[in-house]
Every structure is written in structure tokens, then in C-alpha cells.
Design a protein around this ligand. Structure first.
Ligand SMILES: Cc1cc2nc3c(=O)[nH]c(=O)nc-3n(C[C@H](O)[C@H](O)[C@H](O)COP(=O)(O)O)c2cc1C
Length: 318
């Protein structure tokens, strides 16, 4: 067995490659989730996209009809519906749940009782230790390079992975700023047992999002994203556009958290993702968008990482 591509997390979750799809609100729906699982990775549904438990359960069934491989569910713990999402995972007997944006302590035991493996997303080694103590099965470290909601701590992937790996006893999966085989090998070299990608998979053929959203990622350079919401301690990494400029301007004026949140509104990321409004929508994307120059099928994205990593290691050993 190839130690580079087959790690402990593969056996834990019954997957072929240690490559996860990030649970992305308004992106990680059944077609993309199933495509990643079918290609040997772990597809992860975004619980944040659903308004009711039944809607989510329907999407779980839809995904099951598209793949017989394991897939998981992301539960952002700040969502009012978090408990419903946990219940849906239990009732639907999902094999794995990845919690984020909150304390892992609340639901881990409950999920374990239902036979569900639990991962938790953290932005620092300290929080990784806390999740480890809460009994999670694995940790996803997410650096500030990542698309979407980030931590005000601002720790980068390069710095975060080895410190988290040294701090915990469970496998660490690296997220934030990874989109190809070089990122995969780098993450493995730093001690991660696998990777989670968001931005790369938004620009995948199977992602059920508006073409304009995918194209915005393809067109983006390495300096295309900005962190909005820093002034209120709730950073969100987006591609700079009219909305981002307006938010940054309001932040300069020091307006309150409530005002900023009501200005952005929950519909802004849906507007970008589903309606293709890349000017006044919230175009969540990571800094690694600059490396992504075309829309590719999920199978090709994963194959290139697998084959590219093996080739790279061979070259390094030559
Ligand atoms: C459009 C978008 C939506 C996201 N939504 C969520 C979410 O609902 N829950 C979550 O835990 N992470 C979310 N993320 C973060 C991803 O799951 C993943 O960890 C991150 O994108 C990895 O960094 P990368 O973008 O550099 O690949 C989102 C990211 C993007 C780009």
C-alpha cells in the first residue's frame, strides 16, 4: 500500500484517497458530493444550505442514489439548525460528520453513540487540542488562506499543520490553500494525513453552481481575494467585487456588527453561488483561486493529485 496516498484516515472512513470535499454552503450538494466520493475521496454535504431537517434528509437520500461510497455532512455549529442537522445525520445513519464554527464538545458523544465518526474544523493548535480532548476522531485544520468564513486568529496553513499535528493524537486533515499535487505533498510533509479542498472543487464540472461563480475563480489571480468582516472579528474570504468594496468601506467607518451583517445578509452567498451574481453577491473563494486556471471534472482533479504526487516524490528521490 502506498503510504503517501493511503493513510490512517482512509481506513477510518473507508475511502480510497485522503482527499475531502469541503462542506461548502450552496455548493456541496449531492452531485458534487457523490462525484468526490465516487472518485475515491470523501464527499461532504454542506448542512448550512438547508432550511429544514427534511430538506437535508432528502439531499442525503439523493446523494445515496448517486454513490454507494461513504460521504459525510458538515454541520456549522453556529447555525440555529445545528441540532436538526445532527439529528438528520443520526436518523440517516451517515458514517461521518464534520462540525465547524463552534465547540466540538456539544455533539461529539451524541454522534459517537449513533456510530458516527466525528471530525472538527479548527484554526489553531490550541483549538485542535480542545477538540482532541472532546474525543473527536480527526481534526481538520483550516488556514486563513481558505475561502469562506475564517478565524480572526489568522494562522496560515504552513504554520498551523505541524503545530496541530504535534498537539493532538488523532489524524489531521489540512484545509486552506491546497488545490493540486504540490499542495497535497506539502501537507503530507508537514504531517497531515490528508487534505480538504473547497475552492478547487467549486470550479469542478460537477459543482451545481452558476457558471459565473466558477469563472470568477478561474479568472482570479493570487491577489484577487480579500477578508471582509475583520473589524467585527468575523472574517470572510471572498473575491473582491462591488459588495466586498462596500463592506470594506463600511468597516473603515467603524459601523456595528449588526449593521454589517444586515448589509451582507444571508442571501448574498446564495446570490453568487446559485444566481451567478458575482458583482453584488458574496463570492466566497480561497487565495488558491489564483492557481486554478480551468474547470475540470472531479475525477480528473483527484487523478492529477494522485498521479502528480507520486511523480513528485519519485523526482525528489531521484
Ligand atoms: C464557497 C465556500 C463555501 C464554504 N462554506 C463552508 C461551510 O458551510 N462550512 C464550513 O465548515 N466550511 C465552509 N467553507 C470552507 C471549506 O469547507 C474548506 O475548508 C475551504 O474552502 C478550504 O480552503 P480552500 O478554499 O483554500 O480550498 C466554504 C468555502 C467556500 C469556498
Amino acid at each position: 500500500m502506498n503510504a503517501l496516498l493511503h493513510t490512517e484516515i482512509c481506513d477510518l472512513l473507508g475511502i480510497q484517497y485522503p482527499i475531502f470535499l469541503g462542506g461548502m454552503v450552496y455548493v456541496s450538494y449531492a452531485p458534487l458530493v457523490a462525484a468526490v466520493s465516487n472518485a475515491g475521496g470523501l464527499g461532504v454535504l454542506a448542512g448550512g444550505s438547508f432550511q429544514t431537517k427534511d430538506e437535508l434528509k432528502e439531499e442525503i437520500e439523493k446523494t445515496r442514489a448517486m454513490t454507494s461510497r461513504p460521504f459525510g455532512l458538515n454541520v456549522p455549529l453556529i447555525y440555529p439548525l445545528a441540532q436538526d442537522m445532527i439529528d438528520a445525520a443520526r436518523e440517516s445513519r451517515l458514517p461521518v460528520v464534520i462540525t465547524s464554527a463552534g465547540s466540538s464538545a456539544k455533539f461529539t458523544a451524541m454522534l459517537h453513540d449513533a456510530g458516527i465518526k466525528v471530525g472538527h474544523v479548527v484554526p489553531s493548535a490550541k483549538l485542535a487540542m480542545k477538540a482532541d480532548k472532546a474525543g473527536v476522531d480527526f481534526i481538520v485544520t483550516e488556514g486563513i488562506e481558505a475561502g469562506g468564513h475564517d478565524s480572526p486568529l489568522g494562522i496560515t496553513t504552513m504554520v498551523l499543520i505541524p503545530q496541530a499535528v504535534d498537539a493532538v493524537h488523532v489524524p489531521v486533515i489540512a484545509a486552506g490553500g491546497i488545490a493540486d499535487h504540490r499542495g497535497f505533498v506539502a501537507a503530507r510533509a508537514l504531517g497531515a494525513q490528508g487534505i480538504q479542498m473547497g475552492t478547487r472543487f467549486v470550479a469542478a464540472a460537477e459543482a451545481p453552481v452558476h457558471q459565473a461563480f466558477k469563472q470568477a475563480i478561474v479568472d482570479a489571480g493570487d491577489d484577487a481575494t480579500v477578508l471582509t468582516g475583520m473589524s467585527i472579528g468575523r472574517p470572510v474570504r471572498v473575491i473582491r467585487n462591488k459588495l466586498a468594496d462596500q463592506v470594506l468601506e463600511l468597516e473603515k467607518k467603524g459601523i456595528s456588527e449588526m449593521e454589517i451583517l444586515s448589509f451582507i445578509g444571508p442571501g448574498r452567498s446564495k446570490a453568487a453561488s446559485i444566481d451567478g451574481d458575482v458583482e453584488t453577491g458574496s463570492v466566497m473563494s480561497g487565495e488558491i483561486a489564483g492557481l486554478i486556471s480551468s474547470i475540470k471534472g472531479v475525477r480528473e482533479i483527484i487523478r492529477e493529485i494522485v498521479e502528480g504526487s507520486q511523480k513528485l516524490i519519485k523526482e525528489m528521490n531521484a
